[in-house]
Design a protein around this ligand. Structure first.
Ligand code: UD1
Length: 419
């Protein structure tokens, strides 16, 4: 099993180019199933979750080629409607093939998803909404077996809770449904706007009616297109924290700063000096990091996917901080490992109480989920000596070339292949 060795404490300095967004790519890849025409996707990040989603499409009969223009997906011979446990178990986003398969064929059998162990992660909101489009379903031996005997029919659907995945699945499904679908209380994460942009380019009729309400008019013809996915805003946030925590000086390229205003403002409040231009962000970490209280929330709030990383920064703040996790109930698994490195964090319900002024000590560590893994790297970057991070397959699900990117800006970090 591979592991990472990190030798801290070095100031990071230089440029980092951000990759395409994993969480935008996943629903867009799933949505290609709607079409029988060739689609070229550009900027897909080279990470495990994207490989898994492409393997899932291949298992459904998609033909995929990697050429110099991007990843070409040809679904003209795609006929299978069965997404197996083996492919969906490692990645919750596998459930996103349910929407397009139902839209295209009127039936599908898809494994219940797995993914990071950060909560029970049900799909009840997806299923309830599909039933409003005329889908009948049952759960049998870990699979959702769904049928729309008369095809999907547009309807008004109000999501009981803001869910990124359910919003995506329903938007995709409704594009080919008969008539008009109105989805309200939608998630409005930038990745959803990217999915909508992709679908519009494909020929779908979609319009935002108000902040969280979207109207979709079913169509029956789609175009051959190529599309570039947006940048990974969580990767940006992670490297911003890396600079802030090491008193580094980084230029982050290939971003749209206005999309991550909340994160930038928050990091400024902790003391980091940040300036932005059209496609870049410059950050200089401060010696003195200020404590704060923060809550995770659906976009435009502070993202749960950056909670572990910001916690590492707040461990080094001049005073005590509190983070309230409002999205997932079990997303503090990094805390035990950070405490082993000398942090003093206690958990009370969905709140982490963080004692400031921590000097992280190097340690042998275990990654538990995608964002937890990267938080351990961040802590290790500040610790004087060698830290070893095991189980980095979690990390490889979502960060493209992380050790190369960090090395380029001065970190001492090595991947041990047969550890
Ligand atoms: C997506 C992101 C993930 C991010 C999360 C929240 C992808 C591939 N993943 O995950 O990185 O952390 O959004 O921003 O884009 N819920 C239900 N029933 C449902 C669906 C969700 O109770 O049917 C709950 C979840 O357990 C969770 C909350 O709603 O507590 C939000 O989940 P959701 O927004 O659906 O997250 P994902 O789409 O899985």
């Amino acid at each position: 099993m591979q592991k990472l060795e990190v030798f801290g404490a070095k100031k990071l300095k230089g440029q980092i180019k951000i990759s395409g967004s994993k969480n935008a790519s996943l629903p867009i890849i799933a949505a290609t199933l709607l079409s029988n025409k060739k689609i070229i996707l550009k900027e897909l990040p080279k990470v495990r979750d994207i490989e898994t989603m492409l393997s899932l499409l291949k298992s459904l009969g998609s033909q995929i080629k990697f050429n110099k223009d991007g990843t070409e997906i040809d679904n003209s011979k795609q006929k299978k409607k069965f997404a197996s446990y083996n492919l969906v178990k490692t990645m919750r986003a596998g459930i996103l093939v349910l929407g397009p398969l139902l839209a295209k064929f009127g039936s599908a059998k898809v494994s219940l998803p797995g993914g990071c162990a950060i909560g029970s992660r049900p799909i009840d909101i997806h299923l309830k909404a599909f039933s409003k489009l005329g889908v009948r379903y049952k759960i049998d031996q870990g699979y959702v077996i769904a049928n729309a005997p008369k095809g999907l029919k547009g309807n008004k659907i109000h999501f009981s809770k803001v869910s990124v995945g359910a919003t995506e699945n329903l938007i995709i499904a409704a594009t080919l449904a008969k008539g008009t679908t109105l989805l309200s209380n939608c998630a409005i994460e930038p990745e959803i706007l990217d999915l909508v942009n992709f679908l519009k380019k494909l020929g779908c009729k979609i319009k935002w009616i108000s902040k969280r309400t979207i109207e979709i008019i079913g169509v029956n013809k789609l175009k051959e297109i190529s599309y570039s996915v947006m940048f990974d805003r969580i990767e940006v946030g992670t490297y911003l924290v890396a600079a802030a925590i090491t008193q580094g000086n980084l230029m982050i390229k290939n971003v749209k700063p206005e999309i991550i205003r909340t994160e930038i403002d928050l990091l400024k409040k902790t003391g980091a000096k940040i300036t932005t231009k059209k496609n870049e962000i410059k950050i200089i970490g401060s010696k003195k990091i200020k404590s704060m209280k923060l809550k995770t929330a659906p976009y435009p709030g502070f993202p749960t996917d950056l909670q572990a990383q910001i916690m590492v920064l707040l461990c080094k703040a001049n005073n005590n901080s509190i983070i309230q996790e409002n999205i997932f109930e079990n997303r503090f698994m990094h805390v035990a490992e950070l405490n082993r490195m000398g942090a003093k964090i206690s958990i009370q319900g969905n709140k982490a109480l963080i004692t400031g002024n921590t000097n992280f000590a190097p340690a042998e560590l275990m990654a538990t989920d995608l964002r937890a893994s990267v938080s351990l790297i961040l802590a290790a970057l500040t610790a004087n000596g060698k830290s070893t991070i095991n189980r980095i397959y979690h990390l490889d699900r979502g960060y493209e070339n992380i050790e190369k990117k960090l090395k380029k800006v001065g970190a001492k970090i090595n991947r041990i292949k047969n550890g």
